[in-house]
Write a protein that binds this ligand. Sequence first.
Ligand code: SF4
Ligand code: SF4
Length: 113
Amino acid sequence: MAYVITETCVGVKDASCVVVCPVECIISTGTEPFMIIDPDECIDCGACVTECPVNAIYPEDTVPPGLETWTDLNREYLTLGSPGFPAKYQTMIEAAKAKNRTSPHANATWYAS
Ligand code: SF4
Ligand code: SF4
């Protein structure tokens, strides 16, 4: 099992989770507006969960209904590459970003263009 970052991170990406991860398995994804967790490195400690201001992080086996695809997205960010990853997930990411635009935690950096 591993922990999974889900849609409410998109457009927020404040990195609060990164600083508490003892194995540095939370990955920034460069210019993408979200973080992901490397499922092969996560040790299931749960330290990141309470740091997230938007409750984006769940254990893989308790990801809420409707968010299951984010489990695949976390893993496939590291395996699909380009153009495979954006081809499969860009629409989902853009929808999440639009949904989170009005979040009190939304970061203007990700909405500049
Ligand atoms: S559960 Fe622990 S090891 Fe896994 S991403 Fe969170 S802080 Fe890192
Ligand atoms: S703490 Fe939450 S919103 Fe911030 S980067 Fe981590 S998962 Fe994303």
